[in-house]
Design a protein around this ligand. Structure first.
Ligand code: PAF
Length: 278
């Protein structure tokens, strides 16, 4: 497994890979868990070469967020990726990615400003900008993202379609602990007591699903999810919404995406569940 730290070197290697089958790409911010490894496995299964980026992207963190504290453990990350048969890890510095004078930002418009985008202004512009840049550096045929970050998936699909970026986006199911908690690099911030309470997010989604299937009423599902989350001491809801899975506006078809975000202590967690009524 090669670890590449500069853009020109990565672009040169990416061009060499082009001649030998499809390149699969998994962008990450490191602090890898089983969810990331499932993305890598999906890439390994269907692509001749697999490139993983490890880059904590400052553009997607607001000044009040956890950029500095975001967990970083590259030695562990690299050894996990090596064991998965990854060919190349792209591991640039912030300076390499964003030299002085950088000023272009990609914005996907309203989709980046609603729901999670309303709670984290600027977040999705930061995600779209880094992902577009990484696509230009790695030149993948297929890129793999987790359904856990459902609005990120919608933003990237929108950007790829709008800018005719020749990359196929594959979405891999959320990986959960046995009690339903979706895996996230931020779960490691949770104390044992907070960890126990964090299962309320998946509980709320399941309750929302039940209500939606029996009533077909997105408003009732939102209320039911809110009730479950509000009953948990010390949990602060950001939102509990039933939205269209593509626009994140009010649902307009039988497919409804339930999305929740809440903070427990200093840890902000998100989760989602797609419900397709028959
Ligand atoms: O999902 C993530 O880890 C990040 O948002 C991504 C896609 C690597 C962009 O920084």
């Amino acid at each position: 497994m090669k670890v590449i730290e500069t853009i020109p070197e990565m672009q040169e290697l990416a061009a060499e890979l082009k001649g030998s089958g499809q390149t699969g790409f998994v962008p990450t911010m490191g602090a890898l868990h089983r969810g990331h490894l499932e993305l890598v496995r999906a890439a390994r299964k269907s692509c001749a070469s697999v490139v993983v980026s490890v880059f904590v992207n400052p553009l997607q963190f607001a000044p009040s967020e956890d950029f500095e504290q975001y967990p970083r453990d590259q030695e562990r990350d690299f050894s996990l990726l090596d064991a998965e048969g990854v060919d190349i890890v792209f591991f640039p510095s912030v300076k390499e990615m964003y030299p002085e004078g950088r000023s272009t930002t990609i914005s996907v418009g309203n989709l980046g400003r609603v729901v999670e985008g309303a709670a984290r202004p600027g977040h999705f512009d930061g995600v779209a900008t880094v992902v577009a840049k990484l696509f230009n550096i790695v030149r993948p045929d297929v890129a793999f993202f987790g359904q856990k970050d459902a609005q990120q998936v919608a933003v990237i699909k929108r950007m790829v379609a709008d800018l005719s970026i020749p990359v196929r986006v594959e979405v891999v199911e959320t990986v959960r602990e046995s009690d339903g908690l979706a895996l996230s690099s931020r779960n490691q911030y949770l104390s044992p007591d907070e960890r126990a309470r964090s299962t309320a997010l998946f509980g709320a989604l399941q309750r929302g699903r039940e209500i939606l299937l029996s009533t077909r009423d997105p408003g009732a599902a939102e209320e039911g999810m809110g009730e479950i989350l509000n009953a948990v001491p010390g949990l602060k809801i950001d939102y509990a919404r039933a939205v269209d899975p593509i626009t994140f506006e009010a649902p307009s078809s039988r497919a409804v995406l339930l999305v929740v975000a809440a903070s427990i202590g200093r840890t902000r967690l998100i989760d989602n569940l797609l419900v397709e009524a028959d």
